[in-house]
Ligand binder design. Sequence first.
Ligand SMILES: [Zn+2]
Length: 379
Amino acid sequence: MYDMIIRAGRQGDGQLVDIAIKEGKLAAIGQLPKSAVARETLELAGRIHVSAGWIDGHTHCYPASPIYHDEPDKVGVESGVTTVIDAGSTGADDVDDFQRIAAGCKTRVHALLNLSRIGLLRQNELADSRDLDMDLASAAIRRHPEFIVGIKARMSGSVVGENGLQPLRMAKVLQQTHGQLPLMVHVGNTPPELDEIVTLLGDGDLLTHCFNGKPNRILTPAGELRVAVREAMQRGLLLDIGHGGASFSFEVAELAIAQGILPHTISSDIYCKNRIKGPVYSLAHVMSKFLAIGMTLEQVLACVTCHAADAMRLTGKGRLEVGADADLTLFEVASGPTLFMDTEAQSRSGDQQLLPLAALVGGELVLTHNGKSHHAFCL
Ligand SMILES: [Zn+2]
């Protein structure tokens, strides 16, 4: 007797799958016999897609943050996302408060600790050296070994001020002190130059805003991948989207993808303002943009499941495997013309949109706004 059976869900590759859940874990995957019984059965009839639960590796969802804030469940389960990672909204001063709030959410919430003790209290959190306290950051990481999954350093001129590359060097030391934790590095306005930043990066590091359209883009003026970025990628640097309100260019994305440079992870950099007013809206909407520029559904799903789980070292996540957490996203691939905008006032038209209907976290079903009116769930 299972807790739940999901029948005939369509996967990214088009194949159908049955999934059985017991005690919050995936108990069986494949074709289940008709005789298999459960307390609850969801019949997806091949019309609804299922994947491992979506992971958004770059969000801002500390509700008390003064600048970039949101509710974890709004950007999480209510948007079909089972795990959200807040990218540096909190530092050592506020991470305890954030952890308490996160523990009461339906969504699985983790944090990348801001190197600055003040987090995103100000836009220039790495400009005052007195806020860069390695002992406080280390103690916070030790206090929250589950909640804090990595470190965030925002390396743009407006954030670091006169400190240049020094905060990044400190973040690398902190990373190495704590077992090579994932380090997400934001690139924005110069200085520092992208070449200088990526020279310090390699294994365990993610470059977020990787397809930004600013001068600090990953491509040369001729449209080729910068040598320093290529070398960093050969050392293990991963490319993360981090769309946000100012950091995604269709032109850069298309030029990169045409050269075989795909994003490793697709993340939203969502918070209440760019969720409500766009151009982000949701992780699903950002994923749909990549369908519009030629990535396959399978590739896009990998970016928010297995790739994201591996990059953030989340065990039991990101794959449909027996014994994994029963974190799933149920969604439709709606067809019809849609206009997508980037952050450079450029648009692309697409004919597919991902519409999340439900998220399951540890086997607990939460319907999205679309899911609440969907016939499959109105039994
Ligand atoms: Zn961000």
